[in-house]
Design a protein around this ligand. Structure first.
Ligand code: 13P
Length: 245
């Protein structure tokens, strides 16, 4: 079970220190893999503080070139050098605010893989596409266009845009249908099985409901990952869920 904590552009040194203090006392189950995605500038800080804690660290994005004149960007190899194992690619916020295209996202994933990072490629429809019945087709195109030519380990995060930060989550049947579809599309293109995470308003109250859906292999948590108490409650529920399987 994979729990990804995407801090986005939040937290500072003081709050990260406090966060880690609580993590230190947490008994991690071997069935649970927690990965924190801090703002890029805090990756090294978090990595130093969590040396003896069994969590992973990841980048929130990487550039679609390996190096060069790209002011303000971060390369996959720099993320790796500073201890990252994973990288989120193509988050809807970057697609919208940074105008990232499927073509760029595919290149980002390829550079991530080249630097030994495991990409988590984000896909998700907006409300209009969901309401018009176009969600499945839209996600199929996103995957077809973004999937790297070659990969060993890769995850897809299904994050409906209308669910991010809104407190609304899709019906269990909608998540089930989408995750099954995503796995089938990736398999048909690559002959590989991938894990599919669900993201969008995941919290302590709805985590059990989400994890009980077939083909949900973990979650990508935004807002509820910023408070250690909420994140650990999510981890605790996930472990409980695994025990009940
Ligand atoms: P929220 O959990 O705040 O809805 O954010 C989800 C997300 O975008 C994670 O990447």
């Amino acid at each position: 079970m994979f729990i990804a904590a995407n801090w986005k552009m939040n937290l500072d040194k003081k709050s990260i220190k406090c966060f880690v203090k609580h993590l230190q006392n947490y008994k991690f189950s071997k069935n649970l893999q927690l990965c924190i995605f801090p703002p890029t500038i805090y990756i090294d800080f978090l990595s130093e503080l969590t040396k003896n804690i069994p969590i992973s660290i990841g980048g929130q994005n990487c550039h679609h070139q390996s190096f060069g004149a790209f002011t303000g960007e971060v390369s996959a190899s720099s993320l790796k050098e500073f201890g990252c194992d994973f990288v989120i690619i193509g988050h809807s916020e970057r697609r919208i605010y940074n105008k990232e295209t499927n073509e760029n996202i595919k290149k980002c994933a390829q550079f991530g893989i080249k630097s030994n990072l495991k990409p988590i490629i984000c896909v998700g429809e907006n409300l209009e596409q969901r309401e018009n019945g176009n969600a499945l087709d839209f996600i199929e195109k996103q995957i077809t266009d973004c999937l790297p030519e070659e990969f060993n380990e890769l995850m897809i995060a299904y994050e409906p845009i209308w669910s991010i930060g809104t407190g609304k989550i899709p019906h269990q049947s909608e998540i089930k249908e989408m995750h099954k579809n995503i796995k089938e599309i990736v398999f048909s293109k690559s002959k590989k099985n991938v894990k599919v995470l669900y993201g969008g308003s995941v919290n302590e109250q709805n985590i059990q409901e989400i994890l009980s859906v077939n083909n949900v292999d973990g979650v990508l948590v935004g807002g509820a990952s910023l408070k250690i108490k909420d994140l650990l409650a999510i981890c605790g529920s996930a472990v409980k869920h695994l025990k009940n399987l």
